[in-house]
Design a protein around this ligand. Structure first.
Ligand SMILES: Nc1ncnc2c1ncn2[C@@H]1O[C@H](COP(=O)(O)OP(=O)(O)O)[C@@H](O)[C@H]1O
Ligand SMILES: [Mg+2]
Length: 597
């Protein structure tokens, strides 16, 4: 329709309402729970206090007004009724005069009473006039002003009448005379006006009475209004407190419920991608943030643990197959070596016998045939006799060494041995060094400072792994330093000592390249390596730490300096429970494990 303009008002009102409610929600969500509760209480208590004060003030004002009106009406009514009473007395006297005509004394007494009433009526009249003026009672003032002259004239005429009646006291016809005077007085306009005044006064008294009733009703209404305002504000504050309590508890309980749900789903489904929604900035919001961080942290830890478990699995499989291979190789070597060693004793005896025979022959036959002499010279018999025992000793030494190595390999092959046994640590270390012999030959000086230590309850295969890792790392660090410093003399020191009745201490020290301080925190972390890809795996120390701390309830630490080198320290409990003073051997296999030394 042309000219019909769309009404924007409801839209803008809605917009204002929406922005108010958004603003309220924003402010509410930013408050801490304590602040929310305090705000709720302050608001509802404030409304209750304000409402009560307003109710008391407004009610009091109306009540006071009604009371003022009532007191005016009361006072006015009082004056009016007293004036009416005085005027009534005056009227009654007029009728009593005839009755007292024969009793002069009573008449005189009555006359003086009448003048008292007249005076009182005049006084009340003027009091009413003053009251009318001071209280701005227009209708009262009009009434009194209209009848001011009426009353004055009436009173004056009445006084004249009284004088006349009293002067007739000696007159024999006084009764008829008096009646005549009274009749004349009665017929006068002053009396008619007076009657009219008394009627008007009565009407006005009714009006004042009605006013008083109205003021009384207004007073009751004021009291009712006061009670209504007070109870209304208390009701409003109670309702507001209830709404705020519901809103606050809902605002706290809903995100808590969501968080509980998320936490349960995370635990039930192991779904660590879930995150609790953060809707507020209060303590509940902080709790949701912490829960989310916790879920993420658990997820990271689990991933790390998964990778660690997998790496350990691979490592232990590698170790197990290496162990099997080593056991096979050792067995294959030991057999022929035993064969050699076993026959060598006989060979030595045979050689001794043959040499004895040669010596006896030389003694018995000083000039042997030429052909024998030629052969003796050709084979250099003298050197042969001197060198053959040395050669055989050397073969024996080689066989013994080969047997030692083969036995070390066999010991080392028991990597996956799952039983705790009493382990001779020195033998373990020696075996490990024997296997690493090839790498030590590059001029590394190994110093042994072995103390008098008891055998310790341990998993021997795992301890081999630890010593192998620590010694390999030490050799790596020494080689690294040798590569850059040709003057460098590489050293490894292995020290064992009886620390106290509960612990043995093993330190493996090298003067190699050392560990840079920024790596100190990560050194026992799985997959941490500073070595080139393909050489370093970052498994050695993390696995060794686990073996010592978790499997043996021991302690493992290090100190390092890039100039001085590195020292790894291991504490192993002498009894299986490190806290126990008494050696607990119940867990141990009865036979001590004899490592090769
Ligand atoms: N004796 C040592 N001297 C210097 N650095 C060492 C020594 N032992 C360990 N490290 C450092 O610790 C890292 C982790 O060692 P490890 O867990 O055995 O893994 P990897 O030998 O495969 O690197 C090494 O890469 C090396 O940087
Ligand atoms: Mg290593």
């Amino acid at each position: 329709m042309p000219g019909k303009v769309q009404q924007p008002a409801p839209l803008s009102i809605r917009h204002v309402n929406l922005s108010y409610s958004h603003g309220f929600k924003r402010v509410f969500h930013r408050l801490k729970i304590r602040q929310k509760i305090v705000c709720g209480y302050v608001l509802s208590l404030g409304i209750a206090v304000l409402g009560t004060t307003a109710g008391l003030t407004v009610g009091d004002r109306y009540f006071q007004h009604a009371r003022d009106q009532m007191s005016v009406a009361d006072h006015q009514g009082n004056l009016l009724s007293r004036l009416q009473g005085a005027l009534l007395e005056i009227q009654i006297y007029r009728q009593e005069v005839v009755a007292f005509l024969n009793q002069p004394k009573a008449l005189q007494k009555d006359g003086s009473q009448l003048s008292a009433y007249l005076t009182e009526a005049e006084m009340l009249f003027s009091q009413l006039q003053e009251f009318g003026q001071s209280n701005s009672q227009k209708d009262l003032q009009t009434l009194l002003n209209n009848h001011d002259s009426t009353l004055t004239e009436y009173f004056q005429r009445l006084r004249v009448l009284l004088q006349k009646i009293s002067s007739l006291s000696q007159n024999p016809n006084r009764i008829s005379q008096t009646q005549l005077l009274l009749w004349q007085f009665h017929q006068s306009t002053a009396v008619r006006d007076f009657y009219k005044f008394t009627h008007d006064l009565a009407d006005f008294a009714v009006l004042v009475h009605e006013r008083r009733d109205r003021a009384d009703a207004a007073q009751n209404r004021a009291a009712l209004l006061q009670a209504q305002i007070i109870s209304g504000s208390i009701l409003l504050s109670t309702a507001l407190a209830t709404i705020l309590a519901l809103y606050t508890s809902h605002a706290i309980a809903r995100p808590l419920g969501q968080m509980t749900d998320i936490a349960q789903r995370v635990t039930r489904d192991a779904n660590f991608d879930l995150q609790a929604p953060i809707t507020t900035k209060d303590e509940v919001g902080e709790l949701a943030t912490s829960l989310n961080q916790l879920i993420q942290l658990v997820n990271q830890l689990l991933e790390k643990q998964r990778a660690q478990t997998q790496a350990q699995l691979i490592q232990s499989e590698k170790m197990s197959s290496l162990g099997k291979m080593l056991a096979g190789v050792a067995h294959e070597i030991l057999n022929p070596v035993n064969f050699i060693s076993g026959n060598l004793i006989h060979a030595k005896n045979y050689v001794d016998d043959l040499l004895a025979l040669v010596q006896t022959y030389e003694a018995e036959v000083p000039h042997p045939p030429t052909s024998v002499q030629a052969l003796a010279e050709e084979i250099d018999l003298e050197f042969l006799i001197a060198d053959l025992p040395k050669l055989l000793n050397s073969i024996e030494f080689g066989a013994t060494r080969t047997r030692e190595i083969a036995r070390s390999l066999k010991d080392f092959s028991r990597l996956d041995e799952a039983e705790v046994q009493l382990v001779d640590l020195h033998a373990c270390i020696n075996s490990t060094l024997l296997i690493l012999q090839n790498r030590l030959k590059t001029g590394i000086n190994v110093t042994y400072k072995y103390g008098d230590i008891p055998s310790v309850p341990a998993y021997p295969g795992l301890l081999y792994q630890v010593f192998m890792n620590l010694l390999s790392n030490a050799i790596d660090a020494l080689e690294e330093k040798s590569a850059v410093d040709s003057e460098f003399s590489p050293e490894i020191t292995i020290k064992t000592e009886d620390w106290d009745s509960n612990w043995v201490k093993i330190t493996i020290t090298d003067n190699g390249s050392g560990i840079a301080p920024q790596n100190w925190d990560k050194i026992f972390e799985i997959f941490f390596t500073t070595k080139p890809r393909g050489i370093g795996t970052g498994l050695g120390l993390s696995i060794s730490y686990q073996i010592i701390v978790e499997k043996h309830l021991g302690e493992m630490s290090f100190k390092s300096d890039v100039e001085q080198g590195t020292e790894f320290t291991i504490f192993l409990p002498i009894a299986r429970s490190s806290t126990s003073k008494k050696k607990d051997t119940s867990l141990l296999a009865s036979k001590p494990n004899k490592c090769i030394s």
